[in-house]
Design a protein around this ligand. Structure first.
Ligand SMILES: [Zn+2]
Ligand SMILES: [Zn+2]
Length: 248
């Protein structure tokens, strides 16, 4: 079980549960907190007002702690390679507690000749330009990054790399790139790591069977995982938010 799950989707994007249901799921699983990381608009599922309202208004009204469970407002933004950018504006991401970015395969999202090299360059540009906190699942089967080219930059910028329980459990990963990440993580204690369930349903939320298995395989212990320790995590969120609010 992930005590502070940093990757959860609610009804406001493509998850199955409301915020209050997720609070009760957390309590049932004895978790202590979670971050809602709704998808950015480029994914295209949510051309309705409620999604925009979530970021601009609704989520701000929720307290930072609900029934003893800590709640953070986040977003899983998308890389928009054609524009060399991400699908969230600085005025919006300044309001968030956590800004994650992921490479996703979505409709018309990539030029035909687009490959790993182009995806990696686009991610590096986005990381340099925006105060991103977490790179979510950078080793997906279909849109893996060249991990060797991004990890030093992530260390320099204090960005955390996510071990994503859903994709690792489903084995929808590029094994080579995941291995490059795990070996690098083992040798470089300065690389920040987080675990995320990528939970869309109560069966997935807070679960860590796949991530724990892969950590064991590469000899990475739980004390390397930033979101397993409340103080470390609170400090990370404070540091990143401050950095983000300084952006022009
Ligand atoms: Zn994702
Ligand atoms: Zn997700």
């Amino acid at each position: 079980m992930i005590p502070y799950d940093l990757h959860i989707h609610s009804l406001m994007s493509d998850g199955l549960h409301s915020l209050l249901e997720i609070v009760s799921i957390a309590k049932k699983k004895k978790a202590k907190g979670f971050c809602i990381t709704e998808h950015g608009p480029a994914l295209g599922y949510f051309a309705n007002d409620s999604h925009g309202m979530w970021f601009s208004n609704d989520s701000v009204r929720f307290p930072a702690e609900i029934d003893g469970i800590i709640f953070w407002r986040g977003m899983e933004a998308n890389l928009i390679p054609q524009k060399g950018d991400i699908d969230v504006l600085p005025k919006d991401y300044k309001r968030l507690d956590i800004l994650a970015i992921g490479s996703h395969c979505y409709r018309d999202s990539r030029p035909e000749d687009w490959g790993k090299e182009e995806e990696t360059i686009a991610m590096i540009e986005a990381i340099k330009k925006h105060p991103i906190d977490i790179v979510a699942h950078p080793y997906l089967e279909k849109v893996a990054l060249d991990m060797a080219k991004v990890l030093d930059l992530c260390v320099d910028k204090g960005i955390a790399i996510e071990l994503n329980n859903r994709y690792i459990s489903l084995d929808k990963v590029n094994q080579h790139e995941l291995e490059v990440l795990m070996i690098y993580a083992k040798e470089n204690p300065k690389l920040r790591l987080v675990e995320g369930s990528d939970g869309h349903t109560f069966t997935e939320m807070f679960e860590d069977g796949g991530t724990q298995k892969i950590m064991k395989k590469y000899g990475i212990k739980n004390d390397r995982i930033l979101n397993r320790d409340k103080e470390q995590l609170m400090e990370f969120v404070r540091e990143r938010k401050e950095l983000r609010q300084k952006e022009e």
